[in-house]
Ligand binder design. Structure first.
Ligand code: ASP
Length: 437
């Protein structure tokens, strides 16, 4: 059995949904389907999830929900009419209950989830599959943490009792009291992976609008090559570092059950896409892909005799813990330590962070550098191959890029460098030219 998840661009209109249905019908193993809310039909279009979040936010400022919801209602009506399922679905009463729910809710999750819910109802009706609401299968604890094992048991029991195909909305679930909770944005990928684990699928197909993972960001590198296959661990590294074809958390449920993931393109279904497999894949390529992100800050902390000060790192990291901040890297020297953090983690708490560090470890010197980018060069192929780091650094020096930080764990799965934000594109191109082109 296969679980297929279709993303927002696949669910954007009745025409694209017809393609989705053709894909599902062309393989009888495609029995479990997870869907996103309708995404963009053209560049300047608005994703339904964004409209719903806006609807919630504006309604809490006093605007009328009915008016805010009107474009969403119209878009779903158009889709249902285009597929000829408008008569069998009593959409007007569903819309009315959503408007009511938005008025009553005190968090955006309920509103945000409705795009997936409607999308799944419509596709289920069109395919003649059973609609299962995600709130019945995906469980969060009262404080909003996803409860993986409970969900797995419930989903297994519920889904094994259904003989027809099933369509489940992605992105959300509920607490034991029925409160709707969403995953982070793009979270339908996670739902698909959870369902794949629950039904012990042979394959998790993730249908999107690109031919799988590329070896580098196509907005930076001209026409980068496609990656035919990669391992879970390579995927984790690449997607964490910004290759955003798949939600980074979707890996965990399928990894537990050793289920391969196939990224496929709804608009080019014959293309094999990218296959993501458990274990280390043996092949002769050195580098699998390059990914990166801008928007990091480094904080250099210098103190003489730091190496002898017992508990120094613990004191430093407890400052972050108290501020509820996570860090990316912590390279250290004898008397220095550098914290690399994302801007988004620091938010407007830089003063508090610096004050906390000064108080906790009394450094001799503290230096902040903002506007950094991190670049990860990823691939199992580099392990035990002398010269990879040297080639990478030479490639960067050739184009005059200065490296601010280097990090390579002993797994040798990746080499991460920090460079100035302005050098980011140049650096990625240089690494691509060296290893991939
Ligand atoms: N619709 C949600 C979003 O736009 C979730 C998803 O598509 O996976 O983030």
């Amino acid at each position: 059995m296969k679980v297929c998840k279709f993303g927002g661009s696949s669910m954007a209109s009745s025409d694209t949904i017809k393609r989705v249905a053709d894909i599902i019908k062309s393989d009888e193993k495609r029995k479990y389907v997870v869907v996103s809310a309708p995404g963009k039909r053209f560049t300047k279009d608005i994703k339904i999830t964004d409209s719903l979040l806006n609807c919630y936010a504006e309604s809490k400022k006093g605007k009328k929900v009915e008016e805010l919801f009107k474009p969403i209602r119209d878009r779903f009506t158009e889709i249902a009419e285009g597929l000829g399922v408008d008569k069998q679905l009593d959409l007007n009463s569903v819309f009315a209950s959503i408007e009511e729910g938005i008025k009553l809710s005190s968090a955006p999750d309920f509103a945000a989830a409705q795009g997936e819910r409607l999308s799944a109802m419509i596709l289920a009706a069109y395919l003649g599959y059973t609609f299962i609401d995600a709130k019945e299968v995906i469980r969060f604890s009262d404080n909003g943490v996803f409860n993986a094992e409970y969900t797995n048991d419930v989903a297994q029991k519920l889904l094994s009792g259904i003989d027809t195909g099933v369509v489940i909305p992605g992105f959300y679930g509920s607490t034991s009291t029925g409160r709707i909770v969403t995953f982070s944005r793009g979270g339908s990928d996670v739902t698909g992976a959870i369902i794949a684990r629950a039904v012990k699928a042979e394959l998790y197909e993730n249908w999107t609008d690109v031919n799988g993972f590329l070896t580098a960001d196509p907005r930076i590198v001209n026409n980068p090559k496609q990656i035919p296959e990669l391992s879970y661990r390579e995927l984790r590294e690449l997607s964490y570092m910004g290759a955003n074809v798949l939600h980074p958390e979707s890996i965990f449920p399928v990894r537990k059950a050793n289920i391969p993931i196939n990224i496929k393109n709804t608009f080019d279904p014959e293309n094999p896409g990218t296959l993501i497999l458990p274990g280390v894949i043996q092949h002769d390529r050195l580098i699998t892909g390059i990914a990166g992100k801008k928007g990091f800050v480094s904080i250099l902390i210098e103190k003489s005799m730091m190496n002898n000060e017992i508990g120094f790192t613990r004191k430093l990291l407890s400052v972050l813990e108290n501020l509820n901040m996570s860090f990316e890297h912590l390279p250290s020297g004898i008397d220095t330590m550098t914290l690399i953090l994302a801007d988004t983690e620091i938010g407007n708490k830089m003063q508090e962070l610096v004050g906390g560090i000064r108080e906790a470890v009394s450094p001799d010197r503290l230096e902040i550098q903002s506007d950094l980018a991190l670049i990860a060069t990823v691939g199992h192929g580099m392990a035990y191959k002398p010269g990879t780091a040297s080639r990478l650094f030479t490639a960067l020096s050739r184009v005059g890029v200065n490296i601010k930080m280097i990090d390579q764990g002993s797994s040798e799965l990746n080499i991460i460098v920090a460079v100035k934000g302005d050098d980011y594109e140049k650096a990625i191109n240089a690494i691509y030219e060296e290893f991939i082109n």
